[in-house]
Design a protein around this ligand. Structure first.
Ligand SMILES: [Zn+2]
Ligand SMILES: [Zn+2]
Length: 398
């Protein structure tokens, strides 16, 4: 019987052998950024890659054309471990969240296990699940609703960042759309006959900036005007803006929404407009930690010589649809360094780092640590049991 340590050594070598192929795939996805739910090329390239490594690939799972599930079976029935791959990009600024690195470290982890071990020497299965539309599309929630995660016991993925951290919180998030309606009139000859919907949306931004001073330190309110009027000689009769309201706890997000609505109504009253506030029924949950799985991941990072960085108190937190999954099953979402300290996500600078040699190193390390942690969970039923007990609140986190 081969020991788990020997299996792990084989898998680490296997990632190294695949590294050139994975980097080529990563750069290809990076050079062809695709927005949420439109990731046709990334979906095709990743599923072809996994099929070529012996995975059973199901394309378009959960009725989402750009989602997939690729499976390697083990020695009989047992637990299912999912390694997640994201691959959507951002409008205009491309792979500024580095999801090309998530895609290839996730697919690379699975491929390395398949290449090194063939059929898994444990009961159970490993899936690589392609989860589209992280950037505002809540793809994982749609996959959860479609039952794709129903028989998954634990899930793991990595996210690139300007420093390696096994655990960082993510914020709850409510998406809100606000629309003001006024009355069009000639902006020079009879402006007093108009009702200015642009003034209303500007007033809303001013009120929110005043409100900001009294918000909790973890709260974030930020928006863009998506329709500001049509032409300078027409008093704008319709304006629209979209906002994200975020805080560490769900109830604090609800409180933000209440205060946001009051600001929107005040802006409407002040300008004589009418207002509609529409909040998205889908809520981004904050990440639920799983110290058991995080600790396995941390040990595996140390094992491969890619240790955690110290926490950087200067950077805050984002949100992820992985938060929703983490509230349903034990899930980890550690961060891997692909950029120097302080480079913000969602910047053009970060997009450049996502195709750098540092991104390759982070992708390789991520693939190794994901693969080794998935093996730990299958090789040691006690470890998975502990992760599930912790999730269920049956044991104190380790
Ligand atoms: Zn992002
Ligand atoms: Zn991201």
């Amino acid at each position: 019987m081969v020991s788990v340590d020997e299996l792990k050594a084989k898998v680490v070598e296997s990632v190294d052998r695949l590294a050139d192929e994975l980097e080529t795939l990563s750069l290809r996805i990076h050079a062809n950024p695709e927005l949420c739910y439109q990731e046709e090329n990334a979906h095709a390239w990743l599923t072809d890659f996994l099929a070529s490594k012996g995975f059973r690939v199901e394309r378009g799972v959960g009725s989402i054309p750009t989602a997939f599930r690729a499976t390697i079976a083990g020695a009989g029935p047992g637990p299912s471990i999912a390694i997640l791959a994201e691959y959507d990009a951002l409008p205009k600024i491309g792979h500024a969240c580095g999801h090309n690195v998530i895609a290839t470290s996730g697919a690379g982890a699975g491929a390395a296990i398949a290449a090194a071990l063939g059929r898994l020497p444990f009961a159970g299965a490993i899936h690589v699940i392609g989860t589209p539309a992280e950037e505002g599309g809540l793809g994982k929630v749609r996959l959860m609703e479609a039952g794709v995660f129903e028989r998954v016991d634990a899930a793991l993925m990595i996210h690139p960042r300007c420093g390696t951290r096994v655990w960082r919180p993510s914020l709850g998030l409510i998406k809100v759309k606000v629309e003001f309606s006024g009355k069009a009139a000639h902006a020079a000859s009879s402006p007093w006959r108009g009702v200015n919907a642009l003034n209303a949306v500007i007033q809303l931004f001013v009120s929110l900036d005043a409100m900001r001073q009294q918000l909790r330190p973890d709260a974030r309110v930020h928006g863009v005007i998506t329709h500001g009027g049509d032409q300078p000689n027409i008093i704008p009769e319709y304006t629209a803006a979209e906002f994200y309201l975020r805080a560490m706890k769900r109830e604090d997000c609800q409180e933000l929404l209440r205060r946001f609505q009051a600001c929107a109504e005040a802006a409407a009253t002040a300008t004589g407009c009418s207002v509609t506030v529409t909040s998205d029924p889908l809520f981004h949950d904050p990440m639920k930690p799983n110290a058991t799985m995080s600790e396995l991941f941390r040990k595996n990072l140390e094992h491969i010589g890619f240790p955690e960085d110290p926490e950087d108190p200067e950077t805050g937190y984002g949100s992820t649809d992985c938060g929703n999954l983490s509230q349903a099953i034990p899930t980890i979402h550690p961060y891997i360094r692909i950029a120097p300290d302080g480079v913000p996500g969602h910047s053009r600078e970060f997009a450049d780092w996502a195709k750098s040699p540092m991104a390759r190193a982070g992708m390789v390390a991520g693939a190794k640590a994901l693969a080794l942690t998935a093996l730990d969970l299958l090789a040691d039923p006690q470890a998975l049991r502990q992760a599930k007990d912790e999730f269920a609140g049956l044991s104190a986190p380790g």
